[in-house]
Design a protein around this ligand. Structure first.
Ligand code: SER
Length: 322
């Protein structure tokens, strides 16, 4: 991996991956793209190379990759679960059309390829606890349908055309830099913002609902580590179960209360996102990622909470009233 093109670079993962890869590879070796124009003065624009790209436009997609002589493609542009449930047809067209174009570009230009799958690739018939790497995948959301189809398509491109495709099933990702855009696990990000702004949070996910989660520095390390992994060790490719913690709302509340003892939480459950969460696993078995490319996350819930509150307090400035 010497020169990388990234799609969806303004999203929650993309914004931090661009920053990391510009440091690792040099700013001139990261081609950041998104369908939206970044805000004037944003580091994405001022500190490196940015181009507008709608990933459903194959010709432009290929031209940017070709003109910049990239050797690696990280395809992140996609809708998250709750938005995809609100716009299923658009989600299919964007998530699958974008991925198909990305894989074709990777095939034609012989690129190393990464795209994320998700805990959303599982469904209600999947074993919910210690969910195995290889198991039943019958998701009941459009997001999940696109994620399973995406895993299969990536495996197909590897087997049929020899494309070096790699991927992980991300759990909920928690970060203070860029907000996630319409996912089910977003409550675990919102709660930190509201804790600092209001001292209180109304959770849209109900009591007792466990989901896998991970802090963004571990997620970024996972992408880089998997891209750098020795291919001869990889028995799996698309996509590895990964996770750093599994908790339910009461547990993240208790973790915040260790730092902010007066923090309170109530429930205002959103039936749509609760339904999605109920169809997902409680906790994943990540042993294949450990065995095949030494996956080793550094943040547990309490360590993440301390860092998140500290960094977010600085970011929010006067808005942080608690
Ligand atoms: N964080 C994602 C979502 O909630 C899961 O992959 O949609």
């Amino acid at each position: 991996m010497k020169k990388v093109m990234i799609t969806g670079c303004l999203g929650q993962i993309g914004s931090e991956l661009v920053e990391r890869l510009r440091k690792d590879l040099g700013a001139e070796n990261v081609i950041a793209t998104d369908v939206r124009q970044p805000e004037a003065g944003s580091p994405i624009l001022t500190e490196g190379h940015f181009e507008i790209l709608d990933v459903t436009d194959y010709e432009k997609f290929k031209k940017i990759a070709e003109d910049n002589h990239v050797d690696t493609l990280v395809h992140l542009a996609a809708l998250l679960s709750a938005v995809a449930e609100a716009k299923p047809k658009f989600a299919w067209d964007l998530n699958m059309g974008g991925l198909e174009n990305a894989l074709e570009v990777a095939r034609e230009l012989k690129l190393l390829f990464f795209t994320p799958s998700s805990i959303g690739a599982f469904g209600p018939s999947t074993p919910a606890d210690n969910t195995p790497q290889d198991t039943i995948q019958r998701p009941t959301t459009m997001y999940g349908v696109t994620k399973v189809s995406g895993e299969l398509l990536c495996d197909y491109y590897h087997k049929r055309f020899g494309v070096d495709t790699r991927g992980v099933r991300f759990p909920g990702l928690i970060s203070y830099k860029t907000l996630p855009g319409g996912g089910t696990t977003d409550y675990a990000v919102d709660i930190y913002y509201e804790a600092l702004k209001k001292g209180h949070y109304d959770s849209f996910i109900g009591k007792g609902t466990k989901m896998d989660m991970m802090y963004m520095p571990d997620a970024i390390d996972a992408i880089v580590d998997l891209l750098n992994a020795d291919p001869s060790r990889l028995k799996h490719r698309n996509a590895f179960n990964i996770s750093a913690m599994s908790f339910e709302p009461e547990e993240i509340k208790a973790s915040i209360q260790k730092v902010m003892p007066n923090f309170t939480m109530d429930y205002d459950v959103d039936p749509v996102r609760q339904g999605i969460a109920d169809s997902w696993p409680n906790s994943l078995d990540v042993s294949c990622a450990k065995e095949e490319w030494d996956f080793s996350p550094k943040y547990d819930l309490d360590k993440m909470t301390v860092d998140m509150l500290e960094k977010l307090r600085i970011k929010l400035g006067d808005e942080a009233k608690f």
